[in-house]
Write a protein that binds this ligand. Sequence first.
Ligand code: HEM
Ligand SMILES: *[C@@H]1O[C@H](CO)[C@@H](O)[C@H](O)[C@H]1NC(C)=O
Ligand SMILES: *[C@@H]1O[C@H](CO)[C@@H](O)[C@H](O)[C@H]1NC(C)=O
Length: 321
Amino acid sequence: MVSSTSSLVFKFLTLTLCLWFLFGTTSGQLSANFYARTCPNFRSIITRAVNSAVSNEARMGASLLRLHFHDCFVNGCDGSVLLDDTANFTGEKTANPNSNSLRGFDVIDTIKTQLERQCPGVVSCADLLAAAARDSVVALRGPSWNVVFGRRDSTTASLSTANSNLPSPTESLSNLISTFSNLGFTTNEMVALSGAHTIGQSRCTVFRNRLYNENNINSTFATSLRANCPSSGGDNNLSPLDSTPTTFDNRYFNDLISQRGLLHSDQELFNGGSTDAQVRTYASNAATFSRDFASAMVKMSNLSPLTGSSGQVRTNCRRTN
Ligand code: HEM
Ligand SMILES: *[C@@H]1O[C@H](CO)[C@@H](O)[C@H](O)[C@H]1NC(C)=O
Ligand SMILES: *[C@@H]1O[C@H](CO)[C@@H](O)[C@H](O)[C@H]1NC(C)=O
């Protein structure tokens, strides 16, 4: 009797614990407390380093957010984007959307070195990117979200998947919708995630055609941009993606309504199509955008992680162990 009561209590506690793990803190095999015993300070190490990098150069917050996006969209959030090319290994850094464009690798190296000093071989590069992306948005006064951990790092990368899965700035609305739906995102989530362009910069070569050949662009805006982005030359000259590029706010959507989207793909979200209404909602309601962006980021951060004994925890994010 006593033993069956205590076994019942035991079962109840086990069940409660399982439910808590399932619904309280985990996503698949990722969990909020994954490094609680193995590297209890990892979050503050990352947050402090991100804050320092962003106060040194605000754009770095944008660059780190983009690194996580370009990691997750290519075979899941597995740190593949960080692998350097070598004589016998082809990574993703030379893919069209990444080449001469992604940045922040040195900041990731600096943070990884600090993590290795505290807890050697414990915190994965994929988890580091997920935490740094969140901390970057917070550092630029955007919303926060809960990141769960336990992603492991790939030993492979895919140049061809980077070229096929990452969206191009020349895409139409219907292509943007399908690029994101191929990875399980709704159109609403695609629009929310595009709001990441509320921070950061783009190179002239990416938006030149829009300045000289498109009609759905604010003429005052186009004229002012042409000075720094001539019809030939100046390919690497930078312009901000929205009018407040160091603040994570909803200005991007207001800019789209004024036909001040910088990229062709940005303006596609407000060009008389099915996403116009959502752009208007976000333009007039910053809290709604923040909430939707945060939940879409949680979903993106959890794309096909390597867990358990798959992959490895790299000691240097640029190469496999
Ligand atoms: C919707 C489809 C998207 C397209 C076509 C796109 C394309 C681009 C392009 C072409 C640039 C400029 C690159 C350069 O000039 O070298 C850029 C910058 C950026 N993108 Fe996207 N992007 C998209 C979605 C996203 C998403 C979902 C995120 C993150 C959640 C994101 C975050 C960023 C950030 C933060 C920058 C600025 C980076 C910096 O200043 O270093 N983008 N994007
Ligand atoms: C690839 O090259 C590196 C040196 O760059 C070498 O150490 C490694 O063994 C090589 N790997 C394979 C699979 O050939
Ligand atoms: C062009 O931009 C200005 C300044 O934001 C704005 O007042 C104007 O309404 C815009 N024009 C159009 C056609 O959206």
